[in-house]
Design a protein around this ligand. Sequence first.
Ligand code: AMP
Length: 280
Amino acid sequence: MNIFKHADDLSGFLKERQKQGFSIGFVPTMGALHRGHISLIKESISKNQITVCSIFVNPLQFNDTRDYEKYPITTEADILMLEESGCQVLFLPGINDIYPNKNIHQKPAPIGQLENVLEGAFRPGHFAGVYTVVYRLLKIVMPSNLYLGQKDYQQYLIIKNMAERKFKNVCVIDYPIIREESGLALSSRNRRLNKTEIKTASELYKSLKYIKQHISPGNWHSLKREQIKKLTEKGFKVEYLELADKYNLSISPIFKNKKKGVLIIAAWIGGVRLIDNIFL
Ligand code: AMP
């Protein structure tokens, strides 16, 4: 695997390959890699001649500095996993390569209403930070295909929208959530949970599945109340549990149509904030 630490070196390498007609798949990550990331890498490898994975913990997207400071860094293990997966290129930039001249100030990003709902409402500035870093990474990598996980569903919609407007040659592909056998969605932050908390954390997905199985016109609000109560009793602090339109994430006050719905949740357990979602 080729490892690049500087944007110019990576761009030069990729431009040569693009001239030869190679298609480039790109998987941006913040590292502490797990099977969820590797599923995206493998999907990219199966569809592109070159797959680039980036690992960069982006300070701009952390609205909570403690969360940034505690973010797990496992670069050596990540490199081994990437090599084993068959990934051809790793981009491991320093802060200066992403934000030259220490220009890490957040610029307002033209995101629209998706910026302020759900995750956006609870993590002010988060999506502006995500938008800025992905914009910069896409300028450097200029991939043919960009792979994003449905785990961060709102992020996927925002980046897809950005690519449609600003990177018309980049095709954005979403990929299903990879879970533990218990149902817990894999996440780098799960490393911060102890054994008991990991077990409890799987209740989040159980609640989503229960609602999906039982939802019908007229019972959404009572189901929501009941599941928030259940999760609270198990030790969660639920920030939101909403039913939304899966195309634009507008929140649905009533349940009408299974085809368009996504259930989406954020909750704290053991000092760690988890998110999850399920299509109806
Ligand atoms: P992160 O390193 O958390 O920024 O995630 C990098 C990419 O991996 C994003 O597109 C995530 O949505 C995706 N991802 C993270 N966890 C999972 C998972 N459990 N299943 C599938 N994709 C995931």
